[in-house]
Design a protein around this ligand. Structure first.
Ligand code: CA
Length: 238
């Protein structure tokens, strides 16, 4: 069973459709997840504060507000929360807006329980147990998987979970070209299929956050885009 400290992962489902909601709730419960279900964005955000779930699944089309707004609010309150958008809108623009708002991943309806479970396993697995990994370094940049902290010199860099995991994958192989497929598999899911826009959006926000922490004397290592292939974190002199 994936989980934190041996307890069942807590999943909060925010979905107004009674059939889809029950399908997902029952499927999660049948596989050992502690799943609760709210029907509105407002109720979902209240539940997220009181229950402190591991993962929130949020529908984009809610009766009282847009799921993107829910994702944005949850992200600002709980930086470490895993947020997965569930959308019937099979539209790249919605997905990009949702990921920009702070979601880590998205699923398109109709949601297969098998796919949902695979994604949840992948997300919950990418968080290493404390004390198991040594810090990763490149020049002034230090990333500590044990504490999930990132420092540029002495400046803390706040990263979302997938930004952190992406930077960790790059820092683990400085100077090496990493393909898009390899990065998707390491950071998201070995069985990832569909749009890799998620990678582009996450990379763009990772670069923004590193640049925001930089100043004239303190530059993060460059991440080079390899057109048609992937990315490379440039090795720096110690
Ligand atoms: Ca809906």
């Amino acid at each position: 069973m994936p989980g934190h400290g041996g307890t069942a992962p807590r999943i909060l489902l925010i979905e107004d459709d009674p059939i889809i909601g029950e399908h997902l709730r029952a499927g999660l419960a049948a596989h050992g997840y502690n799943a609760t279900w709210q029907r509105t964005g407002t109720a979902g955000m209240i539940a997220a504060q009181s229950q402190v779930p591991d993962v929130v699944l949020v529908d984009l089309g809610l009766p009282d507000m847009d799921g993107v707004e829910v994702a944005r609010t949850l992200r600002s309150r709980q930086p470490d929360l895993l947020i997965v958008i569930v959308t019937a809108r099979d539209d790249d623009l919605d997905v990009v807006v949702g990921l920009d708002a702070g979601a880590d991943d998205y699923l398109t309806k109709p949601v297969s329980i098998t796919v949902l479970l695979a994604r949840l396993r992948a997300h919950l697995r990418t968080r290493p147990a404390p004390g198991t990994s040594a810090p990763l370094r490149a020049g002034p940049l230090v990333l500590d998987p044990a504490t999930r902290r990132c420092l540029l010199g002495t400046v803390p860099v706040e990263l979302r979970p997938k930004e952190f995991d992406l930077l960790a994958a790059l820092l683990a192989a400085p100077g090496q070209a990493l393909s898009r497929e390899d990065l998707m598999a390491r950071v998201w899911d070995e069985n990832w299929f569909g749009s890799t826009k998620t990678l582009d959006v996450t990379m763009a926000s990772l670069r923004q956050r590193l640049d925001a922490a930089a100043d004239a004397d303190l530059a993060p290592p460059a991440i080079t885009t390899l057109r048609g292939y992937g990315y490379r974190l440039e090795a720096t002199q110690a």
